[in-house]
Design a protein around this ligand. Structure first.
Ligand code: ADP
Ligand code: MG
Ligand code: MG
Length: 516
């Protein structure tokens, strides 16, 4: 257990001239090194980029808890791999009540059910990110704790920008020594190595290699109008330059025009190049989704049939439908029920790999998680949500930020849900949600946040969310994983008043840690 009691006051004091210098150095670095986003209304092709949201200083984080988060990532990877392999569990948890009340989860689950008995490719690839906040207990003298916000199994973004943010802060240290303002900032040992870009690209390359065809390519499935495109392009260039692997990018809507399955028992995924229609089609080894995690990615039946086409192919999916379902918030809540965590972790070769200390370390990162159903626990959760809403966040089965209901908004929201009609025999709509205790990050930390190239007026406290990336390559016909490792880290920092944490949705900045 950590004995970290508190963090230093932050950031150190800078004169306005020093701040201006840091801003200038950070902005030029960001623009020239590709720490960038597309501007709000980009031209095609783009003629400008803006610095991605950033912090001028890295943010202090307890070394012990950072090390803990990194250390337990392989166990978290193994846990979600084992969940993904358990058809009966996913049918019960995601195909049951959740599918009855949540149309998006229902379609994901239905698509999976429709094709799962005829899948030809046994390998699946996960590029995960487990997200945490520091928790400061109300009890006097209790050390800071690491608490998991969620575990992402699809489109875990910012791996590239995160590695660049670490380099940017390293550059500011090297070139200004942060004006001698802080011993912590002056000490190179405070800055951990972070290779999230290289490590995630290596994960995709490992999937590609396991597919076993030298001329096969990787397909990135992207969103139309994506502004966080450079985070993806960095992966593409790393794959090409370090691994000799070619990437093809397409949106869901483009795929039906260019993609088909070979008329063979293996159903290879083949993509035609629209600029060279008579050239042989490219075979796809890995389908990497940076889209498909939110209902707006599926405006009609056509996108669902595209998803099904890709799923049925011989390409390795990152993630498969099953792996995406395993990342649902409902699964996170069920894992907190007694016995479930150890049951999954000790499955297969987990029995040799993990011990009860691993279970303890994972469980220590859980915070209160409750179903919104008719069980005793569910009834208790409902009472808590109505009577003490300031302690909770209510979460639907959604990804991408901006979907949760916080604190005082919970009771009227639940009342409204209950007032909306359900068909006879259907479960109440609230069962599509989970209730989670609010994690209370330590107070008193601030930072200099830069958005759209300018320092924000934010004078208040900030909150930082640590993400730990993980890679798992596994076969549903074998125990355990072919690859299971951590893959670098991310720190996102936002004003404390903002409940949601997404960088892409405009609330937080990409930061990095200095360890204390
Ligand atoms: P999403 O999948 O949309 O990113 P999250 O579960 O990560 O959903 O929630 C979005 C944001 O809400 C998080 O980044 C965090 O800032 C905040 N949040 C979520 N759960 C909690 C919690 N239990 N305590 C405090 N803040 C939370
Ligand atoms: Mg998420
Ligand atoms: Mg999140």
């Amino acid at each position: 257990m950590s004995n970290v009691m508190s963090l230093p006051p932050w950031p150190p004091a800078f004169t306005p001239e020093q701040q201006a210098k840091l801003l200038l150095l950070a902005s030029t670095y960001a623009l020239s090194r590709g720490f960038t986003l597309l501007p709000p209304s980009p031209t095609n092709p783009p003629t400008s980029a803006i610095p991605a949201p950033l912090s001028l200083c890295p943010t202090p984080f307890p070394r012990e808890l950072y090390d803990l988060a990194v250390r337990i990532q392989p166990a978290y990877n193994a846990l979600y791999v084992n969940i993904t392999k358990d058809v009966e569990f996913l049918d019960r948890v995601m195909g049951g009540v959740v599918s009855k009340v949540d149309e998006f989860q229902r379609e994901l689950w239905r698509c999976w059910k429709e094709c799962r008995d005829e899948l030809v490719q046994p390998l699946q690839l996960g590029l995960f990110r487990s997200d945490y906040l520091l928790h400061e207990s109300q009890e006097q003298g209790k050390p800071l704790e690491l608490k998991q916000v969620e575990f992402n199994t699809i489109s875990s973004s910012f791996g590239a920008l995160s590695e660049l943010a670490g380099k940017l802060h390293g550059y500011l240290r090297a070139s200004t020594n942060y004006f001698g303002s802080s011993e912590l900032l002056s000490n190179p040992q405070s800055y951990p190595e972070n290779d999230s870009l290289r490590s995630l690209a290596r994960g995709l390359a490992e999937g590609w290699k396991a597919y076993g065809k030298n001329d096969a390519k990787i397909l990135f499935v992207c969103q139309e109008g994506e502004r966080n495109v450079f985070d993806q392009k960095w992966l593409e260039w790393e794959l090409l330059e370090e691994h000799g692997i070619h990437v093809i990018r397409h949106t869901f809507d483009e795929i039906p025009t260019y993609a088909r399955l070979a008329d063979t028992p293996k159903r290879e995924l083949l993509i035609t190049d629209p600029l060279q229609p008579s050239a042989p089609a490219s075979e796809i080894a890995v389908v990497y989704y940076r889209a498909g995690y939110t209902p707006t990615d599926y405006p009609s039946k056509q996108q669902w049939s595209t998803r099904l086409l890709l799923e049925r192919s011989n390409a390795i999916k990152c993630p498969s439908l099953a792996l995406q379902l395993a990342g649902a918030k409902k699964v996170q809540q069920v894992l907190a029920e007694p016995g479930v965590l150890e049951d999954f972790l000790f499955r297969g070769d987990g029995q040799q790999q993990f011990v009860s200390k691993d279970v303890e370390e994972l469980r220590q990162t859980f915070t209160g998680l409750y179903p919104m159903d008719n069980t005793e626990l569910g009834k208790e959760a409902y009472r808590l949500a109505m009577e003490e809403p300031e302690k909770f966040v209510l979460k639907p089965q959604r990804e991408g930020g901006g979907n949760n209901i916080y604190r005082q908004d919970i009771p009227p929201f639940l009342r409204k849900l209950e007032a909306s009609p359900t068909a006879p025999g259907e479960p109440p709509k609230k069962e599509g949600y989970i209730l989670m205790s609010l994690i209370e990050p330590p107070q008193g930390l601030r930072n200099l946040l830069v958005k759209g190239g300018s320092l924000t007026a934010n004078e208040g406290d900030v909150v930082s969310e640590l993400g730990i990336y993980g890679v798992a390559l596994f076969s549903d016909r074998d125990e355990g994983c072919v690859v299971n490792r951590g893959a670098g880290t991310l720190l996102r920092t936002k004003g404390r008043e903002s409940d949601e944490g997404g960088v892409a949705v405009g609330y937080s900045v990409v930061d990095s840690v200095v360890l204390v």
